[in-house]
Ligand binder design. Sequence first.
Ligand SMILES: *Cc1c(COP(=O)(O)O)cnc(C)c1O
Length: 414
Amino acid sequence: MEALKRTDPELYEIIEREERYQRSSIRLIPSENYTSQAVLEASGSVLQNKYSEGYAGKRYYEGQRYIDRVERLAVTRAEELFGAEHANVQPYSGSPANFAVYCALLEPGDTILGMALAHGGHLTHGSDVSMTGRFWNPVRYGVRKETGRIDMDEVRQIARAHRPKMLVAGASAYPRELDFAAFGEIAHEVGAHFLADISHIAGLVVAGVHPSPLPHADVVMTTTHKTLRGPRGAMILCGADLAAAIDKAVFPGLQGGPHNHTTAAIAVALKEAASEEFREYGRQTVRNAQALAQHLLEHGYDLVSGGTDNHLLLIDLTNRGILGKKAAKALDRAGIICNANAVPFDPRPAFSPSGIRLGTPSVTSRGMKEAEMQQIAAWMNRVLQDVENEDLQKAISAEVREFCRAFPAPGLAE
Ligand SMILES: *Cc1c(COP(=O)(O)O)cnc(C)c1O
């Protein structure tokens, strides 16, 4: 980054510090990851200089001979990796991609049945604070209090009562497997479209450690930057029957020119994700989450649903008498980064919830395995047992920094 250093030393220094921070801390935010150097290079390339409204072969501007090749590569790789008839790789991110799906298939005011935000769903599944909950009529399912799991009989009852036009399955804070076959059956019984939002778990689906929604869903949306380990972006997969409607909703319905440097980086990430190495990454991500869960249970922590099937876990800290925000801040000072999160039926307000959310995609990308999860759980427990002790947090952060040196992160200079 020599040119950046000369032109804007202030910004250069900030990025340098962020890079050091990413290198020397244990990052447990389940939506984050480390992309490869190859993905970073494609996403920082001259492709960002191009305008290319439209789709490959049908552009409004001339000069697309290379851009069309880039987009076709990304589309073909997406279709092959997920076994989809059609892929749109242009959405700027996951939230606008979900918006595009609703615009393609719904009328304003139609009913959307999605998972409640407070139970682990995403804002764009019809939350009151999202425009998706204003432009459409949201109805919600959640998890059972006793099990922390979605009860498909309850989902069916709600669907029969409200006859939604769209059923959304997908979550940002749900540690268990989603039963896409059952969601699909329910959607089709009540005449709803079925959208599977696999933003968090796309990499696990590719790796075969989470069932694929593809045979069951009408539309599949995923971000490209979470477990899939690509650049920040999203894609929409669907059958040939919905392709035209989806494409039109993305462009010209909601967006202008696609971000071609991102499209290129998505293509690279999809190539990487098609490797056996990536499948092993997905399997290890789940093994690590389960190991971390096991050790936290042994330390006496209360996990929502009692454990995990995927890459994330939710700790309910109520029995430890610590607020989520306080815990997350103390852990951050100790070099362990996670986020405060509501737990299902949380009596506390959303900005100061009872839990924290953890995930293993980033640490697994650095090559950490089960033994390291035991060490991380031990550090977390020491911090949380003595949460006011800033000297302890400082001492642990030095240990964490040293520990991280043995696990070089993809895309970061050593
Ligand atoms: C992250 C996420 C999104 C939105 O992605 P952004 O790129 O942050 O807009 C949508 N749905 C789910 C389930 C997510 O986890």
